[in-house]
Design a protein around this ligand. Structure first.
Ligand SMILES: [Zn+2]
Length: 307
């Protein structure tokens, strides 16, 4: 059984590094009259909000929020219901405030990490916790996905239906002993299962999950190896406009990159697509870039949209 998915190979390989980002003028803010009624504010905010990282730990939250604010359904959801979290996210969207500390505090819940702590956290955990909070509004409809697991016994080669699961994040795994550079289509949807084969009772099952989503899919590239070290593998041949995943085609709306050795240290930044423009968000440094940096040497999370 094929355990891989394909990315398109039609785009020319285009290797860029941070040092050769083509910066353009960023003086194109829409001027918003904050005294006016909210309904009259232009819907399109064409530059991602600059968010401060004064405490040196906010980047994981900043990059996730900047990444979601390029999604119209996220705007709609946060403006619909008058909750403390929605109000603060709206204020960030409208550039009335530039600090995400309150969001971190509000996203902290009984089952979430303590994001209120003054400590660097995993952007993936924060992303999940934020979606979970917004799931009670409308955003959940668009960002939730269902996986259907197929268990394949490596001993007797029997396939079993492993059941379905509602997810906020879809994990992809790097193959064991992979090289420094990998084709994105070599990422695995497989992981070892600790369950027993119902046919032969051997503990030799592998799981392949099939994912179904409504509009968006948050993909996490599992960059921490089973040994606990960071996998810094780069990608080549990555086509952000046509990612083939389980016979569906997606395009990249945003990526969150992790720079550093452990997922709870280092630095997070994002690349986001606002109105067909790519922006590099590094806390309060917002730079328009001429094209998507498709080497993805540090990409950790991707927000994909179904084509
Ligand atoms: Zn078996």
């Amino acid at each position: 059984m094929k355990s891989r998915f394909r990315t398109s190979h039609t785009l020319t390989q285009n290797v860029l590094s941070d040092s050769i980002y083509q910066n353009e003028s960023v003086n194109n803010d829409i001027v918003i009259d904050l005294s006016s009624d909210q309904d009259t504010i232009p819907y399109v905010i064409n530059k991602p909000p600059a968010l401060v990282n004064d405490d040196k730990v906010s980047c994981y939250a900043n990059s996730v929020i900047q990444s979601f604010l390029c999604l119209p359904e996220f705007h709609a959801s946060i403006s619909k219901k008058n909750t403390a979290l929605n109000n603060i996210l709206n204020d960030i969207l409208l550039k009335k405030i530039n600090c995400t500390a309150t969001v971190r505090r509000l996203v902290t819940g009984p089952h979430s990490d303590d994001f209120a702590e003054n400590q660097q956290k995993d952007a993936q955990s924060f992303c999940q916790a934020l979606i979970q909070k917004l799931d009670v509004d409308d955003f959940g409809i668009f960002i939730k996905a269902t996986t259907y697991e197929l268990l394949n016994c490596q001993s007797c080669d029997v396939y079993t239906n492993g059941g379905e699961q509602l997810i906020y994040t879809y994990f992809l795994y790097f193959p064991e002993n992979c090289d420094d550079v990998i084709d994105f289509n070599s990422m695995l949807m497989l992981k070892d299962s600790d369950r027993l084969c119902p046919n032969c009772n051997n503990c030799n099952l592998r799981t392949r999950s099939v994912v179904v989503c409504i509009k968006y899919l948050v993909v996490c590239l599992q960059r921490i190896s089973p040994q606990g070290s960071k996998i810094n593998t780069k990608f080549f041949n990555f086509a952000p406009e046509s990612i083939h995943l389980d016979n569906q085609i997606f395009k990249v709306r945003s990526v969150i990159r992790h720079h550093g050795n452990t997922i709870e240290s280092g630095h997070y930044t994002s690349l986001v697509n606002y109105d067909d423009q790519w922006w590099k968000c590094d806390d309060n440094r917002i730079t328009r870039i001429s094209s998507f940096d498709n080497t993805l040497e540090d990409v950790y999370l991707l927000v994909l949209e179904k084509c």
